[in-house]
Design a protein around this ligand. Structure first.
Ligand code: SF4
Length: 447
């Protein structure tokens, strides 16, 4: 039996996919069948946007920020138009762009099973078209990942995780106690270059978030938290010959971070995502000395009331101190802000702007979003508690229903969006690096 693990278009082509690399590692340890990986997303981008790739591959340390923003704006506009047209074609029952070539890349492996990993909803359309076609050729298709929706479940067999995939492939009930869970990531499996001047490899060090309490978040809500052995992470780095690592965990425990420091020291340039809480200057300095270059901080708001509602268990005074210490330790601070949390007032919106102004010196780049109500989040389950009076769900052809809501007090989604537009220039003035590095975050590690 030949099993092909496939990462479909479309998502940012900045690094090889973690999901199928991880599944490959697990299946190679536990299955006798032939397993292959195919990053169809990078294959698509290498064909359609190769001039852009050349630009990113040749980026040097003294690059022009204006040129970078101009070229990346162009890439984003062009790619968005291509994705949109392809998605519309799928909805109309037509073939999306490069379809025959992408299909050939799959069928030339002569697979018995194609397992699609759907990490982003933007991958749903192309996958849908591919599954329709592969099924006509009697190739079995399975789907898994956080963005699988009902439409894909109707077309392919939905499997929750690598254990279910293994059972499906082996066609027997697996005795979990006999499994080899020493999964090693080997990024050498991919024979292509990505849209970065050097390779950046994504590594997850745990199965999810140990905190799981933020009221807007749905990440990992059903997953059991456990930490992968440090020795496996070290082996993954060695086998992949990694120099640059993006730790993609949404949150990493402080104790864990210092264990990771020990294996990264003097050889890895790395970045990660953290909550601005409980870090002293000395600790941040130690992290910097181990090669940590950039931290993406989940700041979210400059209002203590809003932070409490989000249940972040952070406060503005402490966030400011952590950002100052981090900057002083020589770390690049990229921060996430979320506007329009239910009941946030325009005064609280301005408080966040004031927070950014006060901390301008400590901030390297800001990424903002507008709150979106996620099915399964605490806000969705208890809307009244957050001042939400009505939740509307509007069905769509291929994607999951669009969720909107009405509120008692505070800014509506629309009002928060308008206010953010009004402060666009102010928000951009905090960036010490090209704003488009929020799109290609890997560049924040390399440049
Ligand atoms: S927002 Fe981050 S820290 Fe909060 S629960 Fe979600 S993953 Fe965990």
């Amino acid at each position: 039996m030949k099993v092909l693990l496939c990462y479909p278009p479309f998502c940012t082509p900045a690094s090889p996919p973690y999901s199928i690399t991880n599944i490959y590692g697990f299946l190679s340890n536990n299955s006798k069948h032939e397993i292959k990986v195919l990053d169809l997303n990078i294959k698509f981008h290498n064909r359609v946007f190769k001039e852009y790739k050349q630009y990113y591959l040749s980026l040097k340390q003294n690059f022009s920020y204006d040129e970078y923003n101009k070229i990346t704006n162009q890439f984003r506009e062009e790619s968005k138009a291509v994705y949109l047209q392809s998605n519309m074609d799928v909805v109309k029952g037509k073939k999306p762009k490069e379809f025959e070539d992408m299909l050939k890349l799959i069928t030339e492996h002569n697979p018995s099973i194609v397992a699609f990993s759907i990490v982003y909803s933007s991958q749903v359309f192309y996958t849908y078209a591919l599954i329709k076609e592969l099924k006509k050729r009697n190739i079995k298709c399975v789907v898994g990942g956080p963005s699988v929706n009902d439409k894909l479940r109707e077309e392919g067999v939905f499997l929750k995780n690598e254990y279910e995939l293994l059972e499906y492939i082996e066609n027997v009930k697996i005795d979990y106690d006999t499994l080899n869970n020493d999964t090693i990531l080997n990024y050498k499996l991919y024979d292509c270059e990505y849209f970065t001047p050097e390779a950046v490899y994504p590594i997850r060090t745990s199965s999810g978030c140990y905190y799981k309490m933020c009221t807007f978040c749905t990440h990992h809500k059903d997953s059991f938290y456990y930490e992968y052995p440090i020795s496996n992470i070290e082996k993954s780095i060695n086998i992949s010959d990694a120099k640059n690592i993006f730790l993609i965990d949404d949150m990493i425990h402080k104790k864990r971070l210092f264990e990771l420091c020990e294996i990264f020291k003097n050889r890895i340039n790395w970045m990660c995502q953290l909550k601005p809480k409980d870090f002293s200057y000395d600790e941040l300095k130690r992290l910097r000395e181990s090669g940590l270059k950039t931290i993406i901080w989940g700041v979210e708001s400059g209002s203590d009331r809003v932070l409490n509602l989000m249940n972040k268990k952070t406060n503005v005074a402490e966030i400011e101190q952590v950002l100052r210490d981090s900057k002083k330790a020589g770390i690049r601070n990229a921060i996430f802000i979320m506007f329009g949390f239910p009941s946030e007032t325009s005064e609280e919106f301005i408080q966040t702007i004031d927070f950014l102004k006060r901390n301008k010196e400590s901030i390297d780049i800001v990424s903002t979003s507008i709150f979106g109500l996620q099915k399964g989040s605490e806000v969705y389950k208890n809307p009244k508690k957050f001042g939400i009076t009505k939740v509307n769900e509007e069905s769509r052809t291929i994607l999951e229903p669009k969720i909107t809501y009405e509120i008692e007090t505070g800014l509506s989604t629309n009002e928060a969006t308008i206010l953010r537009k009004k402060y666009k220039k102010t928000l951009e003035s905090f960036n010490k690096y090209p704003k488009n590095m929020n799109f290609f975050r890997e560049h924040l590690l390399l440049m």
